[in-house]
Write a protein that binds this ligand. Structure first.
Ligand code: NAD
Length: 354
């Protein structure tokens, strides 16, 4: 097996993913939402949350730790908030539907608070900020992860939390939105998996061995006993991770991480605050001040200053034109997962060696 990634057309990849999840038992709608989310994650450069997740999702499905064709259960709802249970269904569907509920409320009332609890992995959280931004809405998302704990709190060397992601989306007039979206660990677990599959070392300072020694070897995170990721930004990242845990899960009635792994799946709970600048009467100021501010921050340097969301936008353009690179180990794992549900890979899916 060569080290070069294969390049895959995003449209063909999308169709292949739909085929896999239809064969696994998903409805057409569910398979479509999963495929859109995973392929969009690859297009934006977040391979950690793209089609490389398929083997894990199929494994969890087959183990009964991810439930097919679930719908949201509304626990409590008013004009401005909803507490929803995702019933361990696909996060790509649960978060999509939860955002639509919040978007409708924010458009009506100016602000909406949506607590989605007990969903299987909601994937790339920026996807949900983009969904709100497409509707002209600002959004803030705090997410906790209940899985095998992988991140030590600042000051500790024992894994106690997940990679608890945080995202903010801010729409702009006739421009792509600002989308801030990151794990509160120095690296997302999926990025460590991708580095391991590519045979690449991690940047120093992100991972410790189980004995607390610094390492750049990504396989340490998946060993027994497993390694430990560190929070980004020392005490600041840890503080934001804690906020994700308590707001994303405790406040929404979800489950926080406590104790070691009980099951193999990844359960997310997410608190989303969705705001309509139109209804606040500040849409004009938001637009004007945002553009003035962006012009100002970009005026100080010769080197380009990127906004959150810029890299994802340029990567999308590049990957739509040249294909989505998938390393050979990840691709072979995807093919094995597809075959497990009776789907053969299309013969003409790979473009060329990168
Ligand atoms: P990352 O470290 O790549 O950071 C991404 C963010 O930083 C984006 O907003 C990006 O636009 C911005 N950015 C990157 N380079 C920049 C630059 N030079 N200038 C300005 N902004 C820049 O992200 P990550 O921590 O690896 O997270 C990857 C993905 O993993 C995210 O989509 C996150 O939602 C997802 N995630 C999901 C879960 C889950 O359980 N569902 C858990 C952890 C992470």
């Amino acid at each position: 097996m060569g080290a070069q990634p294969i390049l895959v057309d995003d449209g063909k990849l999308h169709d292949f993913v739909i085929e896999i999840f239809l064969a696994a038992g998903s409805s057409q709608r569910e398979a479509g939402l999963i495929a859109r989310h995973l392929v969009d994650s690859n297009l934006r450069g977040h391979d950690s949350h793209g089609v490389g997740s398929i083997p894990i999702y199929i494994r969890n499905l087959r183990a009964g730790e991810l439930l097919i064709n679930q719908t949201l259960t509304t626990m409590l709802e008013t004009d401005t908030f909803a507490i929803l249970d995702g019933n361990e269904g696909f996060g790509q569907v649960m978060a999509h539907d939860a955002m639509n509920i919040g978007i409708a409320k924010a458009q009506q009332k100016g602000v909406a608070l949506v607590g989605l609890r007990n969903s299987h992995h909601v994937g790339r959280v920026g996807h949900w900020a983009e969904q709100c931004a497409e509707a002209g809405l600002v959004s803030i998302h705090f997410v906790n992860v209940v899985s095998d704990p992988s991140v030590a709190p600042f000051g500790g060397v024992s894994a106690r939390v997940g990679t608890n992601p945080f995202s903010v989306g801010i729409p702009r007039d006739d421009q792509r939105p600002v989308v801030l979206d990151f794990a509160t660990s120095k690296l997302a677990v999926g990025k460590v998996r991708v580095a391991m599959n590519q045979g690449k070392p991690l940047p120093p300072g992100a991972l410790l061995t189980a004995q607390g020694e610094p390492t750049t070897d990504p396989s340490v995170l998946f060993g027994v006993p497993k390694g430990i990721l560190l929070p980004f930004g020392d005490h600041k990242g840890w503080g934001l991770s804690l906020a994700c845990e308590l707001l994303g899960a405790a406040l929404t009635g979800g489950r926080t991480q406590s104790g070691p792994k009980r099951r193999n799946n990844t359960i997310n709970s997410m608190l989303s605050i969705i705001i309509s600048p139109e209804r606040l009467g500040t849409a004009d100021t938001l637009s004007r001040e945002t553009e003035q501010f962006i012009g100002w921050v970009r005026s100080g340097d010769n080197s380009p200053v990127l906004l959150p969301g810029d890299l994802e936008a340029t990567t999308t353009i590049d990957r739509k034109a040249h294909g989505v690179p998938i390393d050979q180990k990840s691709w072979s794992d995807i093919i094995t997962a597809a075959e497990a549900v009776g789907v053969a890979p299309p013969a003409d899916i790979a473009w060329q060696a990168a």
